[in-house]
Write a protein that binds this ligand. Sequence first.
Ligand code: NAP
Ligand code: SF4
Length: 669
Amino acid sequence: MTYPYLFEPLDLGFVTLPNRVLMGSMHIGLEEEKGGFERLAAFYAARVKGGVGLIVTGGIAPNRAGWVSPFSARMKSSVVSKHKKITDAVHAAGGRICMQILHTGRYAYHPLAVAPSAKKSPISPFKPKKLSQNGIKRTIKDFVHAAALAQKAGYDGVEVMGSEGYLINEFVVPKTNDRTDEWGGSAENRFRFPIEIVRRTREKVGANFIIIYRLSMLDLVENGSTWEEVVLLAKAIEKAGATIINTGIGWHESRVPTIATLVPRGGFSWVTARLKGAVNIPLVTTNRINTPEVAEKILMTGHADVVSMARPFLADADFCRKAMENRADEINTCIACNQACLDHVFKRKPATCLVNPKAANETILVSRPSSLAQKMAVIGAGMAGLSFAVTAAERGHEVHVYEKADAIGGQFRMAAKVPGKEEFRETLRYFSKQMELWGVHLHLNSAPGADDLLSQKWDHVIVATGVKPRELQLEGIGHPKVLSYPQVFGGAGVGKSVAIIGAGGIGFDVATFLAEADEEHRPDNFEKTWGIDKSYAERGALTKPNPIPSPRNIYLLQRSKGKMGKKLGKTTGWIHRRLLKFKGVQMISSVVYERIDDEGLHLLLKGKKEVLPVDNVVICAGQVSENALFESLKATMDGRVHLIGGAKLAGELDAQRAIREGVELGLKI
Ligand code: NAP
Ligand code: SF4
């Protein structure tokens, strides 16, 4: 077998899991939707059929104070039958599932928030109320009651969420717990709350029920736990009756990226490895594990007993089955972009996946063989064209893809060159493999015009020609020092000082690309850049960030007022901003561009004339659609010519919409 460690069964005493893969908790946001439980049942069942050993649901509150936001999912008697839809579907498919009990504490996005101390978090507008002693006891009871109801609903166990800065974690560390009663002060007192929850839950549910405890092993906030406390708490949790300990990395308010695409793969498994040997129950490791190779290596090197992957199962329900059948090159890999999963949840939209829009839409985006196989030409092999091509070919159509460049990928190919976005290459590998599997005919260096297409009698033509950079009306725009962003990513020489016009997603990408130093990819550089102290010298394991400065003097400019990167992803924008700041990139808003000449870029700043004496000016001022081909075919091929992706709408150009449009059209045509 290719991955012997990954697919080794795990005997928990009363139950044996088929492999070492845990599908980690993700809030999908369907619990609160009409028909959401049916959709969730289909979502989880698809992952079981895909070979996942054990699933943990998204967080369910034990009481109202623990809600994520007003009226979000909570365990109560009246919803047991709804949860049964999930457990029945999972069991019918031969799987196992645990319900996560999550009390948000001071992260609650509502005025009922409670915490050990009345200390507001920097990421929530609501100051929590300090729990009284009776309130604490009632909360413990609510956790136990939620576990009992989960058992009644048919779950195989529960995960007690003790990390990420939520209520339990808030009791554990001095940062958020300054109580002087029996629930605060000494480590013994601070640990009382989680220990009581686990002990009393075990008492209630009996021996043959899985209790996973998610332990914050690396808080990444000041005044968090010491390593000695992590070990002490792990031992106490084992003694209290937990079956498995899962790893929690970083609080939500931490200013260190823990799951974004620039985090190295498996970059936090060393934390779980540190705890190995301290307890006798299995340890699960997590964060940025997205390929079977990485998972196998972690298990083989003894860093953990089980690997948890969450987003990789949004990207591909069949991840395990493909790995098991030695078809890992067919896996649709999670690129850790957060754009369609976490960013959706923060916008109160159900989660799905940028590279796999079928995720959490299993009952909506269904692929059925076409009753009439047709011949189709797709013009453009960017994300929209590729997703259409493989979806239509899978349904039995004959699909030809024409791409004017010498490789597939379009804008995505450029993005893959940005440091920290290397994962994007996996999506290109995935589409290449799918085209091969479904017999898509790929024609590179080929851009048929309207006459060519009309002469070939296609049943359908799909125009996915993407975008071209917006041309600016600015004096000196033809100066040799002016470069477009495709030229920069294409390898054009760029001088030591650069001004970037436009600070959208692409301006940020270009700045990151140009700010990269040669030694950037040293393995220990991630921890140094972000100030992660593997020696735990201080509580919370933080140290002073020590990034490598940019080898270039870079100005990132925008005409509009205020903070830059407002349109970047909710959960990742701060990372891009912080990284550029680390690198010394000067971000200047409210500029008026005047002209470009030998001296540099002339502009008005707060009404004052300035010159940025730069070697190059890179234009990242958005794009316009390349839709001329569609316009020429429209009249003749009415109803049989289709426009998708950036070619349809450049203003909102994004890969998420492009891929989804490709899939939707591919399923319909
Ligand atoms: P964008 O986000 O629309 O940004 C275009 C930038 O150009 C803005 O900063 C705008 O700022 C400036 N601009 C627009 N017209 C201008 C003009 N006539 N003269 C001078 N400046 C002008 O477009 P983008 O950066 O090309 O990104 C496109 C899309 O790609 C994004 O919406 C995103 O979905 C996706 N993307 C995202 C990321 C990411 O999230 N990390 C990365 C890459 C791409 P002012 O008008 O204020 O000057
Ligand atoms: Fe992964 Fe991005 Fe999909 Fe989320 S949206 S699961 S981060 S690929």
